[in-house]
Write a protein of this length. Structure first.
Length: 99
């Protein structure tokens, strides 16, 4: 029996056609976008549909996530910040000095 599609808020995917999007083929994009722009219920739906291992893989290998999303992802998947690809990349290229 196939899993039912997750009920995600359409505002998360404001720039793509949600009805034509293949959620299974674009799982990394969907997981990153849900953690970046979704609320708690969206994250629950995402974890329920994809499973914790796929969510962990997508978040650890993401090229970019906002800093607050990295902290949330670290708490959800139970991994230290240093294991996130986007966190180490962010720390390796510091921004300009605030004067």
């Amino acid at each position: 029996m196939p899993k039912p599609w997750p009920v995600l808020d359409r505002r998360i995917f404001w720039d793509v056609d949600y009805d034509r999007m293949d959620l299974d083929a674009k799982w990394r994009f969907v997981i990153e976008r849900v953690f970046e722009r979704g609320d708690v219920e969206d994250i629950r739906q995402c974890r329920r549909y994809y499973g914790d291992e796929k969510v962990r893989t997508a978040l650890l290998e993401a090229k970019y996530l906002p800093e607050q999303t990295i902290y949330l992802a670290s708490a959800v998947v139970g991994e230290p910040l240093e294991k996130f690809r986007c966190y180490t990349a962010m720390r390796s290229r510091p921004g300009s000095f605030p004067y």
